[in-house]
Write a protein that binds this ligand. Structure first.
Ligand SMILES: Cc1cc2nc3c(=O)[nH]c(=O)nc-3n(C[C@H](O)[C@H](O)[C@H](O)COP(=O)(O)OP(=O)(O)OC[C@H]3O[C@@H](n4cnc5c(N)ncnc54)[C@H](O)[C@@H]3O)c2cc1C
Length: 368
């Protein structure tokens, strides 16, 4: 069996790895040389968490993903996953807190509910207002995206770099199947899913001198839901000198060819204010920034499905900004769909048919 994978980011690399493991003759094409910083899979860290507030149906998938990340580490010797725990912080009735507790209850997960005093005393880096609470998810941590892509592609015998595939039709008759994993370029290849690409920014702030409480051993990854700033997340300091923070969504619509790559004060200012209001130990001095893209569906859940017109074509990379952690399991599901036509995992919520009546605004690439 011969399979083409379009894209060698998180999803395409994972699919290629899982197909190669089954002995499939897989060719992974990428328009650049992954890992690279032009798509959605860069920036040195990604959050993985289990008490998934976006929906309890993600929990079995993330639990399997943990096993597959460890399997990849064992196969390649790469260091990909650092466990830190995760804190979902917000009002008691916020989606992050309620949703995490619901998932924990549904799946018997190891979580703790902390009030503001407990949070502040356990984690010196957090300054939360009274009335806010946090769910501590113990099965959570940091993944390293560039290292992960390198590891997955190292297990893929045929990677064609610097080759932009013009269309699915270009490959479909030369292969038994084509998996589209083109991240924010997906709308150029697949018009039957209503997708919007969203610009995102990461900012690293310098730590104050002498701060030793923001390290992965002492400071879990966190997602904070704030009425003023929306969803904000932070990753503990990986270099002992700076810490990365970002806002989940809140970005402008864009496309990979026209994205505004310069990070300016309008991007930085809200994050600097978040650091000043909610975190202890960060200066406002920026040491590094980057831009990245989300590929959003209207409901912000994934699409993992066959093309409605051609079951030789599978699309997987519409992950709405939270897909990285699932990459190996999504890759394995894609391999199931290609090899067997079905998967034992429940992917009914990721069907493209749920958008069958949706309309993509004509100007969706131009809005900001
Ligand atoms: C700022 C930011 C923070 C995030 N944080 C998290 C997080 O903490 N946890 C989490 O789980 N997820 C997170 N995500 C989401 C996650 O990173 C993405 O879902 C995931 O990396 C998407 O991978 P992808 O392979 O679909 O896309 P990409 O990495 O963009 O890969 C697509 C690839 O396809 C190639 N390509 C495109 N078109 C063509 C073509 N025509 N021919 C050949 N190649 C082509 C591109 O060059 C690219 O390499 C975050 C995303 C961003 C942007």
């Amino acid at each position: 069996m011969r399979v083409a994978v379009i894209g060698g980011g998180a999803m395409g690399a994972a699919t290629s790895w899982r197909l190669a493991k089954r002995g499939v003759d897989v060719v992974c094409y990428d328009r650049y040389s992954p890992p690279h910083a032009f798509g959605s899979t860069h920036g040195e860290s990604r959050i993985i968490r289990t008490a998934y507030f976006e929906g309890p149906w993600y929990v079995p998938l993330v639990q399997e993903a943990f096993q597959l990340w460890r399997e990849l580490e064992a196969e390649t010797g790469a260091d990909l996953l650092t466990m830190t725990g995760a804190l979902m912080i917000g009002e008691p009735d916020s989606e992050a807190v309620k949703g995490a507790l619901d998932s924990a209850k549904a799946h018997g997960l190891d979580v703790e509910l902390l009030d503001g005093d407990e949070l502040r005393s356990r984690y010196r880096g957090h300054v939360v207002p009274d009335g806010q609470v946090a769910v501590l998810d113990k099965q959570a941590g940091i993944l390293h995206p560039e290292a992960a892509v390198t590891a997955m592609l190292s297990q893929t015998p045929a990677v064609v770099r610097d080759r932009a595939v013009g269309s699915v039709a270009e490959l479909v008759d030369s292969f038994d199947s084509v998996v589209v994993a083109a991240g924010p370029w997906t709308p150029e290849l697949v018009e039957w899913i209503p997708l919007q690409v969203e610009r995102q920014v990461h900012v690293w702030f310098a730590l104050e001198g002498g701060v030793d409480w923001l390290t992965p051993e002492r400071f879990p990854v966190f997602i904070l839901q704030s009425p003023e700033f929306g969803d904000v997340y932070g990753i503990p300091s990986l270099d002992g000198a700076s810490m990365k923070v970002g806002r989940h969504h809140e970005g402008e619509f864009t496309d990979p060819h026209g994205i505004r790559r310069v990070v300016d004060e309008t991007d930085i200012d809200p994050l600097r204010r978040v650091a000043a209001q909610f975190l202890r130990g960060l200066t406002g001095r920026v040491t590094r920034t980057l831009t990245c893209m989300y590929t959003n569906t209207p409901d912000r859940h994934f699409v993992i499905d066959f093309s409605p017109d051609d079951r030789r074509v599978v699309v997987i990379s519409a992950c709405s900004g939270h897909g990285f952690k699932f990459a190996p399991v999504i890759g394995d599901i894609a391999a199931d769909l290609v090899c067997d036509g079905v998967t034992r995992r429940d992917i009914s919520r990721f069907s493209a048919a749920r958008f069958a009546t949706s309309h993509v605004p004509d100007d969706h690439h131009d809005r900001d």
